[in-house]
Design a binder for this molecule. Structure first.
Ligand code: FAD
Length: 427
């Protein structure tokens, strides 16, 4: 891997997401050698993926080169590598570009889509966890309308213009709202020869409310916003299967659709060698103690989505969100220095800074620890927070200018089929 051997302890970090990057930043001024491995050479700002899928933002504006984030730190090394296996007996990681020994290992590999073992749904549905997946979805949505314009088969046309989103969490809600705005503002202009009023957007949630982790008020208001935008919200309905044409549910309801977006679950992105045993818990996350040490190990840590740290308030582990990942990365950076200096580590305490979701223009819901509000002000807060956490000045400017432009012009100019997606390619 061409990493120099030094007298400093070597810390390998797997994953340059929110957790891995905040840890690397903390460690990069310390007397340790930091090796960050990621299968992509960029950091993805996942909260805005839905805007890439719906042509509101170009993909480059929510990605940032990992090398650039840490370019000023001499003890930092990045390698573009897919970690295939972890060997905790010999303290080494095995990757597609070679193997490397570590003194300390930090697993920050995030999460991946959870289909709960349903291979039919996995094969036929669309996920939205990465930039390539978001681009696939963007292409598919647009290709569907191009096909709908040409077909004379009414059933086929309806199916092409029917969008079913499974999962009423922030991802599903934000995507449904954005699709509804496209239907209203863009489609009639782009496809004057097609009756785009027939396009339907359904969001299906297995429990009795959407945005389950948020307050009742936020959930009710979000549902109200969605319904006003023309989205059909189905609650207490569980999707059982999708064969590429028909969505079947645990009720009499079925949906004919060419597009099913699966936003109903995530699980830890476990890596061979650390994907079984007593340290793997529900949702394939790694059980960690209050210092983020993986159960049974002193020199192997996990942070962010892959880590399951149970607390009194969150007995099933902290929420799989950006804030716990960032905070754990920072805290572990400080703890590793203490560990190397043979000082006692400090336990991690999660500071809940709130949850928010946007449903569309002027429509968002925000639950802060002390205040809860919805509507226009919430929407401004949502935009400010997302701009603040985006990495890179250029990205912030590009996103801001795009948002202002889209707001004034009711437009989404990135509605481009750059890399056509054909469903059959997935099989
Ligand atoms: C569509 C969407 C919307 C979201 N919206 C919000 C939101 O509004 N607010 C919020 O707080 N959270 C949101 N989240 C969740 C948030 O993005 C995650 O909680 C956060 O990214 C977790 O950070 P992480 O560092 O643990 O993992 P990630 O950010 O996922 O980073 C993991 C990294 O590990 C790399 N990796 C994985 N496996 C390997 C391997 N084997 N070898 C090499 N590299 C590997 C990946 O390439 C990736 O770069 C959203 C997530 C999604 C998907």
């Amino acid at each position: 891997m061409n990493i120099p051997l030094t007298s400093d302890p070597r810390v390998i970090i797997i994953g340059g997401g929110f957790a891995g990057v905040s840890l690397a930043k903390k460690l990069s001024k310390q007397e340790v050698q930091v090796v960050l491995l990621d299968k992509n050479n960029y950091h993805t700002f996942q909260p805005l993926l839905y805007q890439v899928s719906t042509g509101g933002l170009e993909p480059d504006s929510i990605a940032y080169p990992i090398r650039k984030i840490l370019k000023d730190f001499p003890n930092f090394h990045f390698r573009l590598a897919n970690v295939e296996e972890i060997n905790t007996v010999e303290n080494k990681v095995l990757t597609d570009i070679g193997k490397l020994k570590f003194d300390y290992l930090v697993i920050a590999s995030g999460a991946e889509t959870n289909y709960f073992g349903n291979s039919e749904i996995e094969k036929h549905s669309m996920a939205m966890k990465t930039i390539p997946e978001s681009l696939n979805l963007r292409s598919l949505i647009l290709e569907n309308f191009e096909e709908a314009l040409l077909t004379s088969d009414l059933n086929e046309r309806n199916s092409l213009m029917n969008f079913v989103i499974v999962g009423g969490g922030p991802t599903g809600v934000e995507l449904a709202g954005a699709l509804a705005e496209i239907k209203k503002g863009i489609l009639p202009k782009d496809y004057p020869d097609l009756d785009t009023r027939l396009a339907q957007i359904h969001i299906i949630q297995s429990s009795d409310c959407i945005l389950k982790g948020m307050s009742d008020k936020a959930s009710e208001k979000a549902e109200d916003f969605l319904e006003k935008l023309g989205v059909n919200v189905w609650k207490n309905v569980r999707v059982i299967n999708y064969d590429g044409k028909t969505v079947t549910t645990n009720t009499d309801l079925t949906f004919e659709t060419a597009t099913l977006v699966w936003a109903a679950g995530v699980k830890g992105a476990a890596i061979k060698g650390m994907d079984a045993g007593e340290f793997v818990t529900k949702g394939e996350r790694l059980l960690v103690n209050e210092f983020n040490q993986v159960k049974g190990f002193n020199n192997v840590f996990a942070i962010g989505d892959i880590a399951c740290m149970a607390t009194e308030e969150f007995p099933n582990g902290l929420p799989m969100m950006a804030q716990p990942a960032i905070q754990q990365g920072k805290q572990l950076g400080e703890n590793m220095v203490r560990l190397i200096e043979e000082k006692p580590m400090q336990p991690f305490v999660y500071k809940d800074k709130g949850v928010m979701a946007t449903i569309g223009r002027n429509k968002a819901v925000v639950d802060l620890p002390k205040f809860k509000f919805q509507g226009v002000f919430a929407w401004y807060v949502w935009m400010f927070v997302h701009l603040f956490f985006l990495i890179g000045f250029r990205n912030r400017m590009v996103v801001f200018i795009n948002w202002v432009y889209n707001y004034i012009r009711f437009d989404r100019e990135a509605r481009l089929i750059i890399r056509p997606f054909k469903k059959k390619l997935k099989s």
